[in-house]
Design a protein around this ligand. Structure first.
Ligand SMILES: [Zn+2]
Length: 322
């Protein structure tokens, strides 16, 4: 009889640790950490009292020999500095991820506010009738740990097991995925998720980047992955048929790109596009991440020649489909 996913994970020495998280999104009420052979930890959860309590009660930290982080968002790498300082553990993250986190943490609040205002102005969010935006809240920046870099193609031999490191991009700048070919396991972080399309938003300090292009390239390059592999995601339950999820993600981004393209038959700002993309009413408050998602779609349409953009006299970008 075929083994269930739980039995296969058990046999492969993998344990899912569900850590608390609050969000408006029902699919984001927790974040996963993955424990391999009781000594290697992938991701840490947020730096808050609820998460620290889970780790204290689990008491697995004594046997740990290293912490590997998929990417440097606060819900995944938030407690890395704690594991490093309190438990003297080496922390592994890609350099590009840690650079971004370090830069964000070093910004003064007023510099961060200026960056944000500049981004929202370019999106036209300050105009009357536009949806006013508010930051996501919570602690977005985190103290960073002294880390060791994860490199593309590296093979980590730990505890008789080998993990192949693959760097992706799109959800964040250079997230790591970890593939255990022998046991058929793939730690996906937030690059491939079971219940939601991964967030892809423009980082306000990289206004001309094309993170969605990076995500689409990444997903296409993984489309043929073995369907028997068990994906261990950053949020949600383990899943198989990774290729089907990738097909779903690609279709979802393509639908959003199409909606943005359709709505820009006349010149329109990023703020003007929000109602077409997210069904928000004019004037209704949104989160910065909505503007960041809209900007990622627009930048990708511009990068692929489907949209043109120019700055108007008020400092906002106008977009129109080609
Ligand atoms: Zn996450």
């Amino acid at each position: 009889m075929a083994l269930s996913t739980e039995q296969r994970l058990d046999q492969a020495g993998m344990r899912r640790i569900i850590l608390p998280m609050q969000s408006d999104n029902p699919a984001l009420q927790h974040v996963n950490a993955w424990l391999a052979d009781e000594n290697i930890l992938f991701d840490t959860g947020k730096d808050d009292t609820g998460t620290r309590r889970v780790w204290d009660e689990l008491d697995c930290t004594q046997s740990l020999t290293g912490v590997y982080c998929t990417h440097a968002h606060a819900d995944h790498v938030g407690l890395a500095h704690h594991f490093e300082q309190a438990h003297r553990l080496p922390i592994y993250v890609s350099d590009a991820e840690m650079d971004i986190a370090r830069t964000a943490f070093a910004l003064t609040p007023s510099d961060a506010a200026l960056l944000r205002q500049g981004f929202l102005r370019e999106m036209g969010a300050h105009r009357s009738g536009a949806s006013p935006s508010r930051p996501l809240g919570g602690r977005a920046t985190i103290p960073t740990a002294h880390h060791r870099p994860l490199l593309e193609g590296a093979r980590l031999g730990v505890g008789g097991r080998e993990w192949l490191v693959r760097l992706g991009g799109g959800h964040s700048v250079a997230p790591a995925l970890f593939l255990d070919e022998k046991h058929g396991l793939l730690i996906t972080g937030d690059q491939i998720l079971p219940e939601m399309t991964p967030y892809v938003g423009l980082a306000i300090d990289a206004p001309d980047a094309d993170p969605l292009g990076r995500m689409l390239d990444f997903l296409r390059s993984w489309a043929d992955v073995d369907s028997a592999i068990i994906a261990l995601p950053g949020h949600g339950a383990p899943f198989q048929n990774v290729g089907d999820r990738i097909t779903g993600h690609l279709a979802s981004y393509e639908r959003r790109l199409n909606r943005a393209w359709q709505a820009a038959d006349v010149p329109i700002t990023g703020a003007g596009l929000l109602s077409a993309l997210f069904r928000v009413n004019s004037g209704q408050q949104v989160l910065d991440i909505h503007y960041a998602m809209a900007a990622a779609l627009l930048n990708h349409l511009v990068a692929t020649g489907r949209m043109q953009k120019w700055r108007d006299e008020d400092g906002a970008f106008q977009y129109q489909r080609v």
